[in-house]
Design a protein around this ligand. Structure first.
Ligand code: 3PG
Ligand code: CO
Length: 555
């Protein structure tokens, strides 16, 4: 068994209230007009940066520092919160799928074997996000999966493609659909009946998260399973080109469409005897669809027709719920997270965000685990998000409400750790609306102030950091770092995350004067934060945790 008892820190006391603030999508980059954080009025974050120099630093939040395949992989909230909470670096879904595909092991596994049972007489359906963003999925993995399945007996293949524009440039959906469509045409030349069957924008079709809006999942179900959608096209390429031509259309929000044959019939509804794979490796935006595919009892929307299928996820999306029960690649086993240790060591924890990021400070923080470790020791509060809007319309989101909950939890005296995620800079950054993102950053800064004020009142400690970059750079750049122009000479707005490091500031009246950042962890990343926070609670982290960022000098 695991020994949960943490050693006492030789110098740092227990029992202080520690506020752990994660600014979602708040990276550090040089001042310029596309840096919404530097453009915005952010006096609180500025004062942390310009305050005690040995209590503010940057940490790595992308690439291998968070378990992603390469240094070209931008950070994201899943891997960022996993690293923050787990204190160690685990090879993440993207990497594990790469390995399983490279070695071919994916095709020998239980999950693939299971879906293979449908290849003889049924259709193989692949559903997921079609891009090279590497956050939820990757198109090269999809092509390898299609190839491998066709070589192993799949005779009829249908892909249900969700367009991205959020982890990649808006407008790139056309090229991704073209790549897939061309590849499937090659397969048809080899006698395999393969084509794209339906599609729609990721934020409007299928990929909702944390049960914010089941209508999103229903739209996907209707198109993918029932073969019904408001738009019908002869090809997916024609679909995305036509739908994108509508005023204000963008990849993230394309309406659902189905591909129909000459007689107007959908080419790929899901029927009894078929196999379905959701090819996203990341869980948060696939769990809801997985429930619709897997659960017999299901009341979130009327499924109308529930086909008897063999269903597998690319990964298992929820280990606790064992959802889905079949999967092609085993997810990272993120065990012994800091949250679990702290509950065993008497640290009472409060965690809060609004719906769209609630699972980030709970599920992802806890190593992709739902629920409490110990409901006596923890309280998780979800502030309902606005739904059915894009957040540039309400860039302040629920920052104030989250900060008020955190303040009350800090002043209430019941908790030792008060952890929040402030979503503004990320969620509004993803809309690509620069003016709104500036407002979002200011709102997040004001929320930080409220939390810091409460910490001041109770003599506590704060840690303010972020999970990855986003709002600090809103333009696509060339190799020289200058804004890259498209063929018409226009800048291209960057809706995605970035490769930038993120700040981490520590302070508060409860922090011993001698606490400062060590100089010997220059490459520190998000995974170093957990040991740091354990220290601030008065404990030494387990040996296999990434090292702490702080030391205590006598002064
Ligand atoms: C999303 O799912 O919204 C984006 O793909 C990634 O954003 P997140 O990693 O900040 O959640
Ligand atoms: Co994001």
């Amino acid at each position: 068994g695991v020994s949960w008892k943490l050693a006492d820190h030789p110098k740092l006391p227990k029992g202080k209230v520690v506020a752990m603030v994660v600014l979602d999508g708040w990276g550090e980059a040089h001042d310029n007009q596309y840096n919404c954080i530097s453009v915005a009025e952010t006096p609180t974050m500025d004062s942390l940066k310009n305050g005690a120099p040995d209590r503010w630093r940057l940490v790595r939040a992308h690439g291998t520092a968070v378990g992603l395949p390469t240094e070209d992989d931008m950070g994201n909230s899943e891997v960022g919160h996993n690293a923050l909470g787990a204190g160690r670096i685990f090879a993440q879904g993207a990497k594990l799928c790469d390995l399983a595909l490279e070695t071919g092991k994916i095709f020998d596994g239980e999950g693939f074997n299971y879906i293979k049972g449908s290849f003889e007489s049924g259709t193989l359906h692949l559903i997921g996000l079609l891009s090279d963003g590497g956050v939820h999925s990757r198109i090269d993995q999809v092509l390898l999966l299609v190839k491998g399945a066709s070589e192993r007996g799949a005779k009829r293949i249908r892909v249900h493609a969700l367009t991205d524009g959020r982890d990649v440039l808006d407008g790139s959906s056309v090229a991704f659909v073209e790549t897939l469509q061309n590849y499937l045409a090659e397969l048809r030349d080899q006698g395999i009946d393969a084509q794209i069957a339906s599609g729609g924008g990721r934020m409007y079709v299928t990929m909702d998260r944390y049960e914010n809006d089941w209508d999103v999942v229903k739209r996907g179900w209707d198109a993918q399973v029932l073969g019904e959608a408001p738009y019908k096209f002869k090809s997916a390429l024609e679909a995305v080109k036509t739908l994108r031509a509508e005023p204000k259309a963008n990849d993230q929000y394309l309406p659902p469409f189905v591909i129909v044959d000459e007689s107007g019939k959908a080419v790929g509804p899901i029927v009894d005897g078929d196999a379905v794979v959701t090819f996203n490796f990341r869980a948060d935006r696939m769990v809801m669809a997985a429930k619709a595919f897997e659960y017999e009892d299901f009341d979130k929307f009327d499924r109308v027709r529930v086909p008897k299928i063999r269903y597998a996820g690319m990964l298992q999306y929820d280990g606790e719920l064992k959802l889905p029960s079949h999967y092609l690649v085993s997810p990272p086993e993120i065990d012994r997270t800091s949250g679990e240790y702290l509950t065993h060591n008497g640290v009472r924890t409060f965690a809060c965000s609004e719906t769209v990021k609630f699972g980030h400070v709970t599920f992802f923080w806890n190593g992709n685990r739902s629920g409490y470790f110990d409901s006596e020791m923890e309280e998780y509060v979800e502030v309902p998000s606005d739904s059915g809007i894009t957040f540039n319309v309400q860039p302040k989101m629920k920052a104030l409400e989250i900060a008020e909950k955190a303040r009350d939890a800090i002043l209430g005296g019941e908790f030792h750790q008060v952890r929040v995620n402030l979503p503004n800079s990320d969620m509004v950054g993803h809309t690509g609306d620069i003016a709104a993102t500036v407002v979002a950053c200011k709102a997040a800064d004001e929320a930080v102030k409220m939390i810091l004020d409460a910490i001041e009142q109770v003599g506590g400690i704060y840690v303010v950091t972020a999970d990855h970059g986003n709002a600090e750079d809103m333009v696509k750049r060339n190799k020289k770092g200058e804004p890259a122009l498209d063929k018409d000479g226009n800048i291209q707005i960057l809706t995605s995350h970035t490769l930038e490091p993120v700040p981490i500031a520590i302070g508060g009246p409860g922090l011993l004067p001698g606490v400062r950042y060590r100089k010997d962890v220059p490459n520190g990343g998000l995974a170093n934060v957990a040991a740091t926070v354990m220290n601030l609670h008065g404990f030494v982290a387990p040996d296999d945790y990434e090292t702490t960022l702080i030391e205590v000098v006598d002064n």
